[in-house]
Design a protein around this ligand. Structure first.
Ligand SMILES: Cc1cc2nc3c(=O)[nH]c(=O)nc-3n(C[C@H](O)[C@H](O)[C@H](O)COP(=O)(O)OP(=O)(O)OC[C@H]3O[C@@H](n4cnc5c(N)ncnc54)[C@H](O)[C@@H]3O)c2cc1C
Length: 635
């Protein structure tokens, strides 16, 4: 199969406008003849479901939480980018496009990134109209702060709760459509399989997480907005339920998985403090606007930070990257933090931490100004660490945060299965090998509010109205497969818990497929994962039954998928013999220790096709008509 990204012709800045005009329309009376399934109600899913329902389609929306309103998107703290140029500091759609493509180390599709930048301003207007309480300046204008990888201030925020406030906006729109009867909402329901008929996506099989009931739902198209798979590492900043199952099952049914090894490790998180911890906490990147990152110059310096004089501190990001300083992109900041800790200059009990210091900002702007801007983040920090970051520096260390990899989609956001779309963190889309801060929210809402509502019409317009009944053999077969899987898992009566397997998998990935990778380590990881997978299917300790709320069963199904998916991650990391963005292969670095890309051989999206044992690689060559890829520099 040849990959066709369906990028429209014409100049970059006109592609989306022209494409929208050329896409087929469906008249309002006919829209209500089509059913669409939306799996996931985070920012991507909720915005898409609400907008499609408002257009007249019949929507069924699913999420595993007890309310759509509790999707992982609520965790987003820092903000959302848009090229409004309210600060008059030289921002523009073109600059946002440039920063995002460069930030992703030229491993994203130019046309998609441009469209994202173009739509960014519409998102802010839409959200303001919904009443999202963005921070405002004294004069009433929307306020902005700076995020990594940009020299302008374009990040709109709502204190440290941007995701939550945006989701309340999308959820209100969704709730209105639920009340109108246009959206039927299925909370606490997990999709376990995708159903294809004649090669097209026609429905899903789900499990009711409260009763265990397995049932099917059919539709004319299916949207997977199921978030990222960062939880594969066990320890991450993601919500505990985040998983890969929906996209992985779709992959097994024919949807290609793109760049699975591109995982973002965020520099500003709370360091791990003990072995039994199940979660890591993010400290928003916005803190790097005012916080300065440093470690002692001397190895093994155990003095209290207040006792270390200025001359004996190494503000290593400011020293190495004077142009961007503490606001270098995440991959660069994380790698540098790891490097100084590996040199033995890390701080805290474990030595795996660096300081994020607000002393200078507090002296310059006063404690109250810092409290107004970041108060709730300082409060989270104090609650977890029992330390007051107004008085002594925070300690931070990189943690798994976001997955740039995901289902391969074309310009219309359709996967390689006709009728199956993927939005938000679940697709591979616009961030290349490294996502810039505050760009994920922008992507989810651009795709949900503006892109898919337009592109899906062109697909549906070519479909007959007829509905497929859920007693169709394809549904019955998929239901049987799901039941077999559940019975197989429940029959395991070994002596190791699912969390123990998950933790072991996470550690293998962290050690060999984390912030830096090399061929020998990746090969070793593959062997270790295979062994672990064998042990899981022999020695897993299961409890309970299917016909009840059984979180052990939920986890076991997810971990079984993680064990399969992680092998593709490792293969992907192993095949890419270059360094780019987050993917730092130790064998490929510049003399200064920065990522060394190989554009001649690897300027492509790696899209993997499932073939049972061993996936097949398809390459979508990346063509850069507008920006010539250059060695990324933040100096
Ligand atoms: C702590 C934290 C802070 C962040 N801060 C920012 C920020 O400031 N700015 C920014 O741009 N980005 C930020 N991000 C990233 C951003 O929040 C996410 O990328 C984004 O919210 C993902 O939205 P989504 O709609 O794609 O998926 P999610 O919000 O993850 O929603 C996934 C949905 O899919 C459902 N689901 C999943 N699997 C299934 C299944 N099998 N069956 C049924 N339902 C399923 C879930 O129930 C949920 O409704 C942050 C991320 C984290 C972890």
């Amino acid at each position: 199969m040849k990959l066709d990204a369906k990028i429209p012709n014409g100049p970059l800045s006109e592609k989306w406008t022209k494409h929208q005009f050329e896409l087929k329309l469906i008249n309002p009376a006919n829209k209500r003849k089509y059913d669409i399934i939306v799996v996931g109600t985070g920012l991507a899913g909720a915005s898409a479901a609400a907008t499609l329902a408002e257009l007249g389609y019949n929507i069924k929306a699913f999420c595993f939480q007890d309310s759509a309103r509790r999707a992982h998107s609520v965790a987003a703290q820092g903000g959302i980018n848009a090229a409004k140029n309210y600060q008059n500091d030289g921002d523009s759609v073109y600059r946002l496009f440039y920063d995002t493509l460069k930030g992703g180390d030229f491993r994203a599709r130019e046309a998609d990134v441009y469209r994202l930048a173009e739509l960014s301003n519409n998102i802010i207007d839409q959200c303001v109209a919904q009443g999202v309480p963005f921070a405002r300046e004294y004069g009433g204008l929307l306020d902005n702060h700076s995020f990594g990888g940009a020299q302008v201030s374009r990040t709109f925020y709502a204190k440290g709760q941007t995701g939550q406030q945006l989701l309340i906006g999308a959820y209100s729109a969704l709730s209105r459509q639920i009340a109108n009867g246009k959206v039927k909402m299925y909370p606490r329901t997990e999709m376990l399989d995708l159903v294809t008929i004649d090669g097209k996506a026609r429905g899903i099989v789900v499990r009711n997480l409260v009763t265990g009931k397995i049932e099917s739902h059919s539709a004319h198209a299916v949207l997977l907005c199921t978030g990222g798979y960062g939880n594969i590492y066990f320890l991450s900043t993601n919500c505990m339920g985040a998983n890969v199952s929906a996209t992985w099952q779709a992959h097994k049914k024919g949807a290609f998985f793109a760049n699975p090894s591109f995982v973002q490790i965020h520099p500003t998180c709370l360091p791990l403090h003990e072995r039994h911890q199940s979660k890591l906490t993010l400290m928003s990147e916005s803190l790097r606007n005012d916080g300065r990152v440093w470690v002692p110059k001397k190895m093994g310096d155990k003095r209290h930070p207040h006792e270390i004089p200025e001359a004996e501190r190494d503000y290593f990001l400011e020293r190495k990257y004077p142009a961007f300083g503490n606001l270098v992109p995440r991959d660069v900041a994380s790698r540098n933090a790891k490097q100084v800790c590996d040199e033995g200059r890390g701080v805290g009990v474990t030595g795996l931490a660096v300081y994020l210091d607000f002393k200078e900002a507090i002296e310059r702007r006063g404690e109250e100004a810092i409290r107004t801007k970041y108060g709730n983040l300082f409060q989270i920090y104090e609650k977890i660490t029992n330390e007051n970051a107004y008085h002594e520096p925070m300690k931070i260390y990189p943690a798994v945060h976001y997955t740039m990899g995901g289902l391969w989609v074309d310009y219309n956001l359709m996967t390689t299965i006709p009728g199956l779309y993927s939005l938000g963190e679940a697709n591979f889309s616009e961030h290349g090998a490294n996502r810039l801060g505050a760009s994920a929210l922008m992507q989810t809402l651009a795709e949900g509010y503006f892109v898919v509502p337009r592109t899906i019409a062109a697909y549906l317009a070519s479909m007959p109205y007829d509905k497929v009944p859920t007693d169709h053999p394809a549904f019955k077969e998929a239901e049987q497969d799901v039941k077999k899987l559940i019975n197989r898992i429940l029959a395991l009566k070994g002596d190791k818990t699912v969390d123990e397997y998950h933790k072991e998998l996470g550690l293998i990935l962290w050690n060999y497929c984390g912030m830096s990778r090399n061929a020998a380590g990746l090969k070793q990881a593959k062997e270790e994962i295979k062994k672990l997978q064998g042990a899981f299917w022999e020695n897993l300790k299961m409890v309970g039954t299917n016909d009840e709320l059984n979180q052990t069963l939920e986890k076991a199904i997810r971990v079984a998928d993680f064990l399969e998916m992680s092998q593709l991650m490792v293969d992907d990391a192993l095949h890419r013999n270059e360094s780019c963005g987050c993917h730092f292969r130790e064998e490929y670095q510049t003399e200064e220790g920065e990522a060394q890309r190989d554009d001649e051989n690897f300027a492509y999206v790696a899209a993997w096709e499932y073939k049972g044992k061993g996936a097949v690689l398809h390459k979508e060559n990346l063509v850069f008509d507008e920006l010539k890829p250059t060695q990324r520099s933040y100096k």
